[in-house]
Design a protein around this ligand. Structure first.
Ligand SMILES: [Zn+2]
Length: 314
């Protein structure tokens, strides 16, 4: 366990102990906060996350500290994760490679593959989602920090916020108060989503301050939240028919200088819904993650709702 590898001073230990105690006392309050957040969460409508409580994080003055720590709540009676909270600092960030977490089976773990629907390889619906991301505290197989979350929630919902916080901590050396609350309805084993609150300490929220909710959904899959079971949504219109695409670009924000794969008839922009001749200048400007190298006809693309580019007129 990484926790033991980290050099923790005696003072730090006492501090953590005190914090654990105060955390237990205030956990009742936390749940009330999360319940309030739940009341105002709109149903999922195409965006992986939404702002809650006007984007104001709910940390009390007493909770905001300048010394790094991490706290993971005990599993509840159903074996479900409870809120995890940390004062993130550079000293908590991992210095070692990520280790296997495959032995942890969080509640609602009913794994299935959805080729052509889930955008990963292999196309597993569920990830073991770190509530407090590995890049922030380096926790590996900590069952109090791993929930069953869709690939979509993990990558489209939570990751952008984690990256933002990690970049901030790394570039400033400042601390960020960070709390992740899984929101379960009743006795459901799969959470509907997670609330993430963050607040940068030294600059009083100037660098980082948000309160968001990420949906535990996967477009194209119908999920039963009572136990995590799932099935393909027959009404889901896949954005691009999978029998025809060559491959999608990688996850990068920039345009990779990659040669177009053989057989590609058009390069499709997943985001703008436009398609181009592979030689079009717009392809060079396109973010790699938005690219789909498509092998098929113009008519097929138009039928799927894509528009020809006005520059290259494919
Ligand atoms: Zn074009």
């Amino acid at each position: 366990m990484r926790t033991f590898l980290r050099k923790v001073s005696f003072a730090n230990r006492i501090f953590t102990l005190l914090l654990t105690l105060s955390f237990s006392m205030s956990s009742f309050l936390f749940w009330n906060i999360s319940t309030h957040a739940e009341d105002e969460i709109p149903t999922y409508s195409g965006s992986a996350s939404v702002v809650v409580n006007k984007n104001i994080p709910g940390f009390t003055a007493a909770e905001i500290v300048t010394k790094s720590y991490e706290h993971y709540g005990e599993l509840d009676k159903q074996g479900r994760c409870t809120p995890a909270m940390a004062c993130l600092g550079e000293d908590l960030m991992p210095t070692e490679e990520r280790q296997s977490i495959g032995m942890v089976k969080p509640t609602g773990w009913k794994q299935k593959k959805y080729p052509g629907i889930v955008d990963s390889d292999p196309p597993y619906l569920y990830n073991r989602c770190h509530m407090i991301g590995f890049q922030l505290t380096g926790e590996n197989a900590n069952e109090k920090n791993l929930i069953t979350g869709t690939r979509y929630m993990n990558v489209e919902g939570m990751l952008p916020y984690e990256n933002k916080v990690a970049d901030y901590v790394r570039s400033t050396g400042n601390h960020v108060m960070y709390r992740v609350t899984p929101v379960f309805e009743g006795k459901n084993l799969l959470c509907n989503g997670v609330q993430i609150e963050a607040y940068s300490v030294e600059d009083k929220g100037k660098g980082i301050s948000f309160n968001v909710y990420c949906y535990n959904v996967q477009p194209g899959v119908i999920i039963n939240y009572s136990n995590g079971s799932n099935k393909a949504d027959p009404d889901y219109k896949k954005s691009i028919s999978t029998d025809k695409f060559v491959f999608t670009g990688d996850n990068s924000e920039t345009s990779a200088d990659r040669s177009v794969p053989a057989g590609t008839t058009y390069v499709v922009n997943k985001s703008s819904k436009k398609f181009h001749k592979p030689t079009c200048d717009s392809v060079k400007d396109m973010k790699e993650k938005n690219k789909v190298y498509y092998e098929g006809t113009r008519d097929d693309l138009i039928q799927q709702g894509y528009e020809p580019c006005k520059r290259c007129c494919p």
